[in-house]
Design a binder for this molecule. Structure first.
Ligand code: SF4
Length: 64
């Protein structure tokens, strides 16, 4: 299992700017809740799931 950044650097830059703007909350979700603080609950669960392979919701990270 490995988690890495998206290979698309422009995408990474845009999402990181979004995170800066929101103060660390997921830029692709409306709700500012603890669950949506990066790394969000959804992706933490996907990381913990041995069968999950793919990007986080925002596509900042990739897990394989
Ligand atoms: S979807 Fe990705 S960028 Fe958005 S909070 Fe979750 S881990 Fe961070």
């Amino acid at each position: 299992m490995a988690v890495r950044l998206n290979e698309d650097q422009e995408m990474v830059k845009a999402i990181k700017e979004g995170l800066k703007r929101t103060g660390g909350y997921c830029p692709c979700r409306l709700e500012r809740s603890e669950e949506n603080k990066c790394i969000c609950k959804e992706f933490r669960e996907q990381i913990a799931d041995p069968n999950y392979k793919g990007y986080c919701h925002c596509m900042l990270y990739y897990k394989d």
